[in-house]
Design a protein around this ligand. Structure first.
Ligand SMILES: Nc1ncnc2c1ncn2[C@@H]1O[C@H](COP(=O)(O)OP(=O)(O)OP(=O)(O)O)[C@@H](O)[C@H]1O
Length: 270
């Protein structure tokens, strides 16, 4: 035998591409003083890198809980979750960015200081973090607004800052928990288009929670519908509407039938 014998392929573990999310048989039970609350039961799903996936379901079905576990903010009671092929035992803004319903900005910091904050925690030098914060603010359409404090920004602008902060470490995955729920309808529509622009420009994997079925179909490549608590997946729709999405699509038959299909699941549980 020569010295150039090749390694058998079976010994090589293929790396999962950055941005893949794998959820396998995940359950979550909250232990309270009076009872055990089974929030999620046997949830499995795969999100391919770069997909825009929306989670919908009745209030209390465990959408936020599932997102928190994908973010490493809470550990599941059973099952496994991997992000880009590895478990997520704690929050890691290099791997997963998170945006919540409330922009949760520090009011005493400027927009750029808020965006820089996670970098400051990691000891990134001031020049480097300023440059990266400015890039992130530019990406979300806030070039020139970096010196403003949160009280000088509109609700939509605050959420843009929050998205910039989620993206400042360039994670392959962005998790968003009802990020536009507190905005007025017009701002919400604009922010949906803005998010789609940012997503197309960056190629991130996005998992987005919403109560709005219109928002779900408008944004998504795929919509995952959950049952009432204990949350399970009851439907997984592919949204094959062309991109870019347009306002006119909202009144089309294809849009309407997807929204109806989701509503039929949710109505059953109302
Ligand atoms: N820390 C906790 N202790 C006990 N129960 C909890 C805890 N956190 C969540 N729950 C319960 O788990 C279930 C799922 O909650 P979760 O917030 O994930 O649902 P959701 O689908 O995001 O709800 P909503 O749509 O109203 O935001 C709910 O019944 C909730 O009351």
């Amino acid at each position: 035998m020569g010295g150039n014998t090749m390694q058998p392929l079976a010994n090589i573990t293929p790396l999962k591409p950055a941005g893949a999310i794998e959820v396998r048989n995940v359950g979550q039970i909250f232990k309270t003083t009076t009872q055990d609350v089974v929030a999620l039961e046997d949830v499995s799903l795969d999100v391919k890198p770069g997909r825009f996936v929306v989670l919908v379901g009745p209030s209390g079905c465990g959408k936020s809980t599932l997102l928190m576990m994908m973010a490493g903010l809470r550990q599941q009671t059973s099952g496994t979750i991997t992000i880009s092929g590895a478990p997520i035992p704690e929050p890691d803004p290099n791997r997963v960015g998170v945006v919540f319903q409330e922009a949760s900005l520090f009011p005493w910091l400027t927009a750029e200081e808020n965006v820089e904050f996670p970098l400051a925690l990691r000891g990134v030098t001031k020049n480097d973090r300023r440059a990266r914060a400015q890039d992130a603010l530019k990406l979300v359409g806030l070039d020139g607004f970096g010196k403003r404090h949160p009280h000088e920004l509109s609700g939509g602008m605050k959420q843009r800052v929050s998205i910039a902060r989620g993206l400042v470490q360039d994670p392959p995955v962005l998790l968003m928990d009802e990020p536009f729920a507190a905005l007025d309808e017009q701002t919400r529509m604009t922010m949906g288009d803005e998010l789609l622009r940012i997503w197309a420009a960056t190629g991130k994997t996005v998992v987005f929670v919403t109560h709005s079925l219109t928002e779900a179909v408008y944004l998504a490549d795929e919509v995952i519908v959950m049952s009432p608590r204990p949350g399970r997946i009851v439907d997984h729709l592919q949204v094959s509407l062309p991109r870019p999405r347009t306002y006119e699509m909202l009144s089309g038959d294809a849009f309407g039938s997807l929204r109806d299909r989701i509503w039929r699941h949710i109505r059953k549980s109302a």
